[in-house]
Ligand binder design. Sequence first.
Ligand code: CTP
Length: 401
Amino acid sequence: MVLNGKRILLIISGGIAAYKSLDLIRRLRERGAEVRPIMTKAAQEFITPLAVGALSSGHVYADLFSREDEQDVGHIRLARDCDLVLVAPATANLMAKIANGLADDLASTVLLATDRPVLLAPAMNPKMWAAAPTRRNVETLKGDGITLIGPMAGEMAESNEAGVGRMAEPLQIVDAVIGMLDDGAKPLKGRTAIVTSGPTHEPIDPVRYIANRSSGKQGHAIAAALARLGADVTLISGPVTIPDPAGVTTVHVERAEEMLEAVTRHLPADIAVMVAAVADWRVAASSGQKIKKQPGEAPAPLALTENPDILKTVGHHQKRPKLVVGFAAETENVEANGRAKLARKGADMIVANDVSPESGVMGGNRNRVKIISAEGIDEWPDLAKDDVAERLAALIAQRLD
Ligand code: CTP
C-alpha cells in the first residue's frame, strides 16, 4: 500500500467540511497510513471525538493542557512524531494563526512546533477566502513552505452561495498526501545542488556600488523547485529584497569574488545552476573612504577590472558537478549568443532569455526562455518564473536519471 508505515498527524479545525474528514481518515488508513487526530474546540461542535477516535482507532488529542496527554506524548513530540501534518479542514482562523505564529491551543502550538511538511486543505465561505487578510495569509504560508490543496469551486454546504471555498474532496487530499510523501515524486532525493541568484554589488567606495537590475526571482524559484523534488539545495544569493526560499540553505554574498568563493566552497555537488547576474567588472581599486568631489574638477575615472567567471570556473572545475546549467541574458541574437556561451563556459545546458527592456524579464514575474544544449534548442512559451523553475527542475531530474 502506497502509504504503508506513513504517519499522518491530522488536524481537524472547526468548519462544516469537518464531516468530510471522517471519510478522509478512512481513505488514508485504507492506503496503509497511520492517522493521529487532533481536534480544535470548534471542530468538536461539528463532529464528535468519539467518531474521529473510532475511525482512526486511537486516541484523539484536543487539549494543550491535558496532563495525561502531555505526560504520555507531549505536544512537541506530537508535532514531530509523524511524516506529515495535514490540516483538513483548515479554517480562515487557523490559517491566520499559523501565518502569524500564534500558539494558543494544541493545534496551533503543534503547527508552530513542527519540522515536518505541512499540507492545508482550506475550507471557508468564498467571501472569507477572497478577503484581503486571507489573501495575505495564503501568500505568507506559501512563502513559509506550506503546501495548500484547494479550496475548490462549487456550492457551499451551509448556504446557497457558490464560489471558491469548498474543501477538496478526501481522495484529492489523499493524492496530495501521496505526492508529498512518495519518494517517487522526489527524483532528486540524495542529490546536492548549488544555485546562484540575484545581482552582485561591486563597491566603488563605502557608499557607492555598481549593480544591475536582477531581482533574484528566477534563481530563488529554481532553488525552491529543486528542493521540492528532494534535492539538498544551497542557494548563493547576491543582495536581493525577496525572502529566502523555504527548504533551502541560503548563503548571502555581495561581490562576485565572494560568490565564487561561496560556490567553490560548496563543491562537490551533483547539480549547479548559475542564475546570478554576476557583474562582469569590478572597480580596480575601490576606495576605503568616500570619494569626494573636487569643486571645478572633472570626476576621477573609474578604472574597472574583470570579475572571475563563476559559471566558467564551475564548468571546468576538477570537482565539476554532473550537470552544469547556465543562463544567458541577452538583448539580441539570443540563440547564437546562447550557443556560444554553452561551449565557452563548459555548461551542459544554457537557459537563454531576452532581457531587453521590452521583454520585462528583469525584475518581472514572467520569463520566456530557450533551452540550449548539445541536443538542440527547445523553445518554451511565455511562463511565470515559478513555472519556468518547475519545468527546469523536472528537466534536470530527467537529465540526471
Ligand atoms: N556568469 C558567472 N560569472 C560571471 C558572469 C556570468 O557565473 N562573472 C554566469 C551567469 O550566472 C550566467 C552565465 O554566466 O549563468 C551567462 O551570463 P551572462 O551575463 O549572460 O553572460 P556573460 O558571461 O556576462 O557574457 P556577455 O557579457 O558576453 O553576455
